[in-house]
Design a binder for this molecule. Structure first.
Ligand code: MEV
Length: 274
């Protein structure tokens, strides 16, 4: 039995989405595929897996009887939705059908991974479309086909989503006005989704707001700066922060990709001109 699901990138609105603000996210071509085979004894992964992942497998499949083989090109802990994709791939391999049922089942695993997930990652992974999502159930599939290209710059360090989300929670209510600003910015961004020149500065502003709630790092700030000095219309950390990736939207990705590769930074592009 095999199931597969895509990773995601958050365009704008991460963290604020946990508190009922909207966020926009899109699927990426990187995927996780899980194959489940019958075995005797406790369910386990065929390869190395940490305790939490094994617990998730047992929650989503069953305590006993399954060996899960994972094939994934989504980097782990980079804000690219690896845990949600794993959860969705497992429930699909288990034969759960229908988007709502898959989301409900996969969320059991996401809660185990992240404590208080908004559901955004699982929503994108299941819908495989660019969406605006607002907790608990407000969803819009965004038909826009953006004409810009996304460059992803990898900090090389994982971010711990559970800790970062808990850190933001601990800074409330002081940071609530900043979360409100992020929510307002997402509404505006949706109106100019096709237009890199208008959207870009909003994404950079979103990064600045994420810095104010304490989830950026000097390294992520440096990657944003690198993007902005190499023709990006806008750039921001994407995902929980603390590590992970920066995304930049850009017309011509080549100068930025070259600059990143010269500095030994893992970078790739997808979209119109990738
Ligand atoms: C993590 O990919 C996105 C966060 O907003 C957490 C969540 O939405 O559950 C940081």
């Amino acid at each position: 039995m095999t199931g597969s699901a895509s990773g995601k990138l958050i365009l704008c609105g991460e963290h604020a989405v946990v508190y009922g603000h909207p966020a926009i996210a899109m699927p990426i071509s990187q995927r996780t595929t899980v194959t489940l085979d019958r075995v005797d004894g406790p369910s386990h992964f065929a390869g190395p897996a940490d305790e939490r992942a094994t617990k998730v497998l047992r929650l989503l499949a069953s305590e006993t009887g399954w060996r899960a083989t994972v094939d994934s090109d989504i980097p782990i802990g980079r804000g690219m939705g690896s845990s949600a994709a794993l959860c969705v791939a497992i429930v699909r391999a288990m034969g759960v059908s229908g988007q709502e049922a898959q989301i409900a089942a996969a969320m059991v695993g996401e809660r185990e991974f992240h404590g208080n997930p908004s559901g955004l990652d699982v929503q994108v992974s299941v819908r495989e479309a660019m969406i605006r999502f607002q907790r608990p159930h407000k969803l819009a599939i965004l038909a826009a086909a953006p004409r810009w290209t996304v460059v992803v710059l990898d900090s090389g360090f994982p971010g711990n989503t559970k800790k970062l989300v808990a850190g933001v929670a601990a800074r409330r209510p002081g940071i609530d006005p900043v979360l409100d600003d992020i929510g307002a910015l997402v509404h505006e961004a949706e109106r100019v989704l096709d237009d890199a020149a208008k959207l870009g500065p909003m994404l950079t502003e979103n990064h600045r707001l994420l810095t104010r709630i304490g989830v950026s790092t000097p390294q992520l700030d440096g990657l944003v700066e690198l993007a902005l000095t190499h023709d990006a219309a806008g750039a921001k950390l994407s995902g929980a922060g603390g590590g992970g990736v920066v995304l930049a939207i850009i017309d011509d990705p080549k100068p930025l990709l070259t600059a990143a590769h010269q500095r030994g930074i893992t970078a790739f592009a997808f979209g119109d001109h990738a």
